[in-house]
Design a protein around this ligand. Structure first.
Ligand SMILES: NC(=O)c1ccc[n+]([C@@H]2O[C@H](COP(=O)([O-])OP(=O)(O)OC[C@H]3O[C@@H](n4cnc5c(N)ncnc54)[C@H](O)[C@@H]3O)[C@@H](O)[C@H]2O)c1
Length: 350
């Protein structure tokens, strides 16, 4: 299908999506498009692991599977791509998809650096396609409610924002090399960074971060820069102060919480508890299950962001969060890593 044919496509036709990267995040989106969004379908799957690509295509009812993403973009006749590969491939895939007139949903972190992000959103703009970035917390009912309360002045003016994300498992080995992965600030805390910008309504100005490796000791010798725990302080241009905390391998569960302090009150979002059930027994005392995974906690938010992506394509409306939001989160990640390495406060000039 040419770009022109795609743009004049009958509005009643389903939006055909090509999944690139059929791993954990990719399959969440692909299953949403297949099972819960009647206006969309998965046309093809690409994964460098051919067995995974084939398995995913069979599960999703996709006609085609490929090991090479460029073949997928050229041949599977899709209107859009979902990019859920490791971050270092996001830029090249997005640029090729845009050049072929395909709308882009790109998982966070958007790319490895700000220059890649700019190339991505410029390619999208030049080719008239949508580029949405996977900050699904913006679609989570609790976060949306809290933001509405802030906007309606419920807690006065925002003064301080604290956002934390801690993951249960230790990272994949490729993440140990901070130069290649941008580390936990990118993989874990991109969401917190976006939340800070969203709730403060402002852009980051100054950043100071510290990190340490406390649980991944096996990686310490070969990767002395690797940190599994991080604290990042941030001053926004409008004066709001923020604190982001991240950790990997905590074991106890998936922990994502937000606190917004205002001049007249406080709003808290998130809980360590999986549900409202609490038990108490003579032997083990009070017990409540912790949230196990981001997949459970944000299940509905992933679906809402996927629905929104399809609606934007159908209506020709602007996506949010977009490539510029993605770029700002990447800028903070890089400044944070620089601060950890140098011990300095980093001023962002953007
Ligand atoms: N929004 C979220 O909450 C969230 C959660 C998890 C992961 N992510 C992001 O999604 C992306 C993928 O993470 P994941 O945890 O799903 O990883 P994963 O390792 O589970 O899956 C990645 C898949 O991509 C495939 N792949 C690698 N290179 C490829 C290429 N060049 N072309 C096609 N396929 C390729 C791999 O074989 C693998 O199947 C990362 O950017 C990550 O940060 C976002």
């Amino acid at each position: 299908m040419t770009i022109k044919e795609r743009k004049t496509k009958n509005k009643r036709d389903k939006i055909k999506v090509c999944l690139i990267g059929a791993g954990r995040a990719g399959m969440i989106h692909a299953r949403n498009f297949t099972a819960s969004i009647p206006d969309a379908e998965i046309a093809g799957v690409s994964d460098t692991d051919g067995t995974e690509a084939q398995r995913a295509a069979a599960e999703l009812g996709a006609a085609y599977w490929y090991e090479d993403y460029s073949e997928a973009i050229m041949k599977c006749n899709a209107d859009a791509v979902v990019i859920a590969t490791p971050t270092k491939y996001h830029c090249e895939i997005a640029i090729m998809a845009a050049a072929h007139g395909m709308h882009i949903f790109c998982e966070k972190p958007m790319a490895m650096n700000e220059e890649e992000c700019e190339r991505m959103f410029r390619a999208a703009e030049e080719n008239g396609v949508i580029l949405q970035v996977g900050f699904m917390r913006r679609f989570d009912a609790g976060f949306v409610k809290a933001k509405k309360m802030v906007d309606e002045g419920e807690i006065g003016d925002v003064v301080m924002i604290k956002s934390l994300t801690r993951g249960p498992s230790t990272p994949h080995e490729w993440m140990y090399d901070i130069k290649k992965s941008n580390g936990p600030l990118a993989e874990v805390n991109s969401h917190d960074i976006d939340t800070l910008r969203w709730f403060s309504g402002s852009e980051p100005e100054r950043i100071y971060a510290v990190g340490g490796n406390f649980r991944c000791r096996d990686a310490a010798e070969q990767y002395p820069d690797f940190y599994d725990t991080v604290l990042l302080n941030i001053k926004m241009k409008n004066g709001v102060i923020g604190c982001i905390e991240g950790a990997q391998g905590v074991g106890y569960g998936y922990d994502a919480r937000l606190e917004v302090l205002g001049t007249r009150g406080v709003i808290k979002v998130g809980s360590l508890k999986e549900d409202t059930v609490i038990s108490c027994s003579a032997g083990s005392g009070i017990h409540s299950d912790a949230v196990k995974s981001w997949r459970n906690l944000f299940e509905q938010a992933y679906l809402e962001e996927d629905k929104f992506f399809i609606q934007c394509i159908q209506n020709g409306s602007k996506p949010a969060p977009d490539g510029r939001d993605g770029k700002m989160a990447v800028a903070v990640v890089r400044a944070g890593n620089e601060s950890i390495n140098t011990g300095k406060v980093i001023k962002l000039v953007m």
